[in-house]
Design a binder for this molecule. Structure first.
Ligand code: MN3
Length: 201
């Protein structure tokens, strides 16, 4: 087995009331598990089973739709769980805060722009904060695409990602994606974003 599903880094009810336990269980144990299983099925017996996830994503335009969707799904969700924590953390500080202010004006402008990127993504996809050439930018991708993919419109190292598929919020928020995004800011782990920012620079 090339790739494995890691457990959630906190109990499934740890993000309540913002993200409910049942949604977390189905999202991790069913959706994410399926991406891992389908990715392994798609690469078994090919030379992709010796590549890292990042290598597969970097050249994804050469691979099948099954590899693209499931490699993206595995990468995106692994990152997504780590980017949340019970109760959230303090707003960004230090060099990350400086980079946000320099790219977007201030924290509130950044938050508005990122929220808009998530609410306006049509259908299923992800909103991203990306580092490229030392600079931050915001964008979104459809389906399970991400900014590491050679096929992506927005490219760079993702340091923050938000799942806006209906499976991420429908049980609690139904069609109210903006309410889900508003609640998600409360469980955001900025320390993890800062760590990824430092590594990406
Ligand atoms: Mn998802």
């Amino acid at each position: 087995m090339a790739f494995q599903l890691s457990p959630l880094p906190y109990p499934s009810n740890a993000l309540e009331p913002h993200i409910d336990a049942r949604t977390m269980e189905i999202h991790h144990d069913k959706h994410h598990a399926a991406y891992v299983n389908n990715l392994n099925a798609a690469i078994t017996g090919t030379d992709l089973d010796k590549q890292s996830l990042e290598e597969i994503l970097n050249n994804v335009s050469k691979h099948s739709p099954a590899v693209r969707n499931n490699a993206g799904g595995h990468y995106n969700h692994t990152m997504f769980w780590q980017l949340m924590m019970p109760g959230g953390s303090n707003k960004p500080s230090g060099t990350l805060s400086d980079a946000i202010n320099s790219a977007f004006g201030n924290y509130d402008e950044f938050k508005n722009k990122f929220t808009t990127s998530g609410t306006t993504r049509f259908g299923s996809g992800w909103a991203w904060l990306v580092v490229s050439g030392g600079k931050l930018s915001i964008g979104s991708t459809p389906n399970q695409d991400n900014p590491l993919m050679d096929a992506s419109d927005i490219k760079g190292t993702p340091i923050l990602g938000l799942d806006v598929w209906e499976h991420a919020y429908y049980l609690k928020y139904q069609n109210r994606r903006p309410d889900y995004i508003g609640a998600w800011w409360n469980v955001l782990n900025w320390d993890e974003v800062a760590k990824r920012f430092a590594a990406a620079k």
